[in-house]
Design a protein around this ligand. Structure first.
Ligand code: GLV
Length: 311
């Protein structure tokens, strides 16, 4: 019988249990706070922000499934077991949610919706003129499963699309830029930047004042990967000078964004509380059970963490 040790604080577990049992009623689904005896038989952990040290106390965990695409909530645990495979979430719900968020925010900035809302608040009948989609250059920074899905949703709108990733990708549906050598050229041709990078030592602070300034004047910045990507004070400075026209930020270096942070009050900044793509229990349950089956059959699970790359 499959055992799942589930960890999620602050939200009811029932819906997760139901979604797992709808697919396989035999699964022994054990939620925190009581995971029971660490000596009990093999189990899979399925967790979000588990209490540090907890996973290390359960030597029979065969694999750790992250409830999100990111795994920084796991690696910040100094006692995280080193030899247990970690699997990132890659279910359909997460990809759909992120694609919706990206499409919505690209359209917001392309169609200058923040300016329109500001005019509405002031009862001003003030038209704005927006470029044709084909003349708007979108740059997806980070071209994994989420970036690729976002591109798929943006393409039929007619946008001029490019993507940047660390390593080459065999996908010629968008113009592709690879590695640090090509980052500046990628930024120079990007009117709306869509940040979808994971948090790694390489991505931390990558978009600082200098890199943000490589974007053309009037560019907008969307970030829904990890907050560590952008040096927030540098972005703020470029918004203050008017060089950057607007931003949509779902993730921040410090979360929640402190109540007294100036960006909350910017008309041209759309702030959301790390909710661009929230993992859906139905599709996530399907994903986890499918991948447990793969592991049991000796196959490699999808989205297995590469510990050298950090994603
Ligand atoms: C959310 O941030 C995730 O990691 O999926």
């Amino acid at each position: 019988m499959t055992r799942i040790l589930f960890y999620l604080d602050g939200y009811p577990h029932d819906v997760w249990r139901q979604c797992i049992h709808a697919i396989d009623p035999e699964v022994d689904f054990i939620g925190n706070p009581d995971w029971g005896n660490p000596e009990d038989g093999p189990a899979y952990a399925f967790v979000w922000e588990p209490e540090p040290g907890l996973l290390a106390r359960y030597p029979n965990i065969k694999a750790i499934f992250s409830l999100g695409a990111g795994i920084d909530h796991l690696t910040r645990d100094p006692d995280l077991p080193k030899d247990v495979p970690i699997i990132r979430m890659g279910d359909e719900g997460l990809k759909e949610g992120m694609a919706e968020y990206v499409l919505m925010n690209v359209l917001m900035h392309h169609r200058q919706t923040p300016q329109l809302i500001k005019a509405q608040r002031q009862h001003e009948w003030k038209r704005v003129f927006s470029l044709a989609a084909k003349d708007v250059r979108i740059g997806i920074l980070g071209y994994g499963a989420l970036g690729q899905r976002a591109a798929k949703v943006l393409a039929p709108m007619g946008y001029n699309l490019a993507a940047w990733s660390r390593s080459p990708k065999s996908d010629d549906s968008v113009q592709h830029f690879t590695g640090m050598d090509e980052l500046d050229n990628f930024l120079a041709r990007t009117d709306i930047l869509v940040g979808l990078l994971p948090s790694t030592p390489e991505t931390e602070g990558l978009m600082d004042f200098d890199r943000l300034s490589r974007l053309p004047e009037g560019a907008s910045v969307i970030n829904a990967g990890r907050g560590s990507l952008i040096v927030l004070d540098d972005l703020k400075a470029l918004l203050d000078s008017g060089y950057i026209a607007g931003a949509s930020l779902d993730v921040f270096p410090e979360e929640p964004l402190p109540k007294d942070h100036a960006l909350w009050d910017y008309d041209n900044v759309i702030i959301t509380p790390h909710s661009a793509a929230i993992t859906r229990p139905d599709t996530a349950a399907e994903y986890v059970l499918r991948n447990i089956k793969r592991i049991e059959n000796g196959e490699e699970p999808e989205n297995l963490l590469n510990t050298n790359l950090g994603y």
